[in-house]
Design a protein around this ligand. Sequence first.
Ligand code: HEM
Ligand code: HEM
Length: 196
Amino acid sequence: MVIKSHEKGFGVVTKSLHWVMAALVITVFSIGWYMDLLPLGLAKLEWMSRHKSLGVTVLSLAVLRIVWRLCEPTPKALGNHKLERLAAKLGHLGLYGVMIAMPLSGWIMSSAANFPVSVFGLFTLPNLVAPNKELFETLRTVHWGLSWAIVGLVGTHIAAALKHHFIDRDATLRRMLPHGAATKGSANLSEDQRNV
Ligand code: HEM
Ligand code: HEM
């Protein structure tokens, strides 16, 4: 088991962070829309509290992941065209961006509404700004807008991973899987793609 990523594959830390965070982001996103549909009451407040705690967990893991990412080499992007590889890079940058901006906008929004954020009832985060109704409304719109950015980015990201796997038949998806290595179905791949 390789801890750090290298030129041809992802290490166990990056793979674990990737899948744990993918599950978390999708869960927090789903709770966000679910709680939005609930009438005002105890159930709504409870789901909102879970949403915030898990959202803060995403923020902490995102910071950890970015620091780790800067400390290790990254596998070369696979793909036949320069433009496709550039699009993948921009897409990943966008995903890192929303993993920070989404929870941060939520935290500042809650601060502006003067609802301090309790994390799983264990501790309370400090308010980042003074109460401000106008700022609250602006951040509410930003948070909502970012949720659609997540739909676009994650949707494209998943479609791209499936395209690499089923159409290009390269190792992009396999090398992100827990025991992923380019073994099966690699007959048509170049030496570089097979050895990932
Ligand atoms: C990965 C992190 C997060 C995701 C994907 C996410 C997603 C969402 C979504 C989809 C909604 C429903 C749409 C909307 O009304 O905007 C929502 C609402 C909300 N989120 Fe988040 N959120 C995240 C983190 C946070 C955090 C960390 C907080 C606060 C500490 C927070 C506070 C809120 C609040 C207060 C609402 C209700 C806004 C309203 O009243 O309209 N969110 N979020
Ligand atoms: C079923 C869902 C998902 C699949 C199948 C998937 C698949 C992949 C694959 C195959 C890669 C490696 C790409 C490469 O080698 O160039 C990757 C990288 C990445 N994924 Fe996902 N992913 C999923 C969900 C998500 C979600 C929800 C997020 C975050 C919101 C995310 C964030 C990222 C990021 C930031 C990278 C870039 C890693 C790096 O090189 O720094 N993924 N994903």
